[in-house]
Design a protein around this ligand. Sequence first.
Ligand code: HEM
Length: 421
Amino acid sequence: MTGVSEPTPEPAPGNGADGPPRLQRRRLLGYAGVASAGAVVGGVAGAGIARASTPVPVAPQPAVIRQDYSPHETHQAGITTPVPAVTRLLAFTLTELAVEPLTKLLKLWSGDIQALMAGRPIPGDPTPDLARTGVSLTITVGLGPRVFSLAPLRSKRPDGFVEIPAMAHDRLQERWCGGDLVVIVAADDATTVDYAARRLARDAATFARPGWVQDGSWRGTDASGEPVTGRNLFGQLDGSGNPSGDLLAQTVWAADPQPWFAGGTTLVVRRIQMDLDFWDRTTAERQEKVIGRRLDTGAPLTGTVETDALDLAAVGESGAPVIPLDAHARRSHPDENSARRMLRRGLNYTSTEVVDGRPVTTAGLVFLAFCADLAEQFVPVQQRLDANDALNDWTTAIGSAVFALPGGFAKDDWIARALFD
Ligand code: HEM
């Protein structure tokens, strides 16, 4: 799948003077499932604005399973690479908030990441036979806000790297919030993720205490292993509106970063509880209106296939908008948000505890959004959804954390080294 982008001379509708200047220059439409997010170099195909019912040309998508990734690229793996089946995020708090333990840990982790992603055990590994190639393993490291409160690093904070302001609908629990460091381990199978995560956590133990751990799964392939847009636990295709090609690169990678942050991005992690029982009791027609897309194909209510552009101006016979004014895909759409975009990677989670002899399941989405600039892109869209989004009746954010993700590191180097120059 590929996106369509068309520069136009006039600013996007709703583009106020306060819109992000870099995004204001173009009116950009792009639709691609998150499975295709790795196609950064795939270029932008097609010409003209995609109209409702005009399918966006479909380009080959990168394979999801049985891949090998390198930590030595411009960008860390695990951001625009396809989402594999299993992901674990581990947050840590530095035992001593100081430069020396932080650099020691980053050096140690860089060696671990280099070995593990190449399918080699780390030094002293008690279970070396678990290391293997061809399992789509990615290990991605991020730095939390407290790191940039260290005196030598204060001037190095990436642009727009802010804490997410409180939202009226949030019910945040401390146990799912914050972190000085995050490590995101993803692979085709849970055994590989368990193994790599344990090794990294063990090496962190001298320098940091474990914070939250969030596990999630995603099905980004069809029965034959071909990439498709995955579904969340409401049964919706989730990721269809993600940008691709040039648009993806502009959306995600920091523009004009300080040298240490070249190839970097900022990440927000939201743990969003979903009321599955209430959703189950909602009619399919209402469910589709809540999002503005069909459940079966993921097509906009104004189109026929998933890749059709949303026609936000279309009205039905009654004169009401076909995609309701409070539909989630309308409220979050770039055309209603001064062309603001983000790359979303969702992970489904469930957890069942037996309470008074009865199983009680909580479920939701570990929602990850990557932005060049969190303050300019994610925050205003989240505030708009908080103010009015039909989906809010079924979803509640219970965790929130932000991290700055540096670029990849060279073979003889370690992650984020230039931050400490
Ligand atoms: C559990 C919570 C959520 C669920 C179940 C959910 C579900 C969906 C679905 C089904 C779509 C339409 C398909 C697609 O384009 O991917 C969508 C689109 C989108 N969502 Fe969410 N979402 C959630 C939370 C959020 C949050 C917190 C944000 C950002 C603050 C967000 C931003 C977006 C954006 C930007 C789009 C694409 C709009 C477009 O370009 O058409 N979503 N979401």
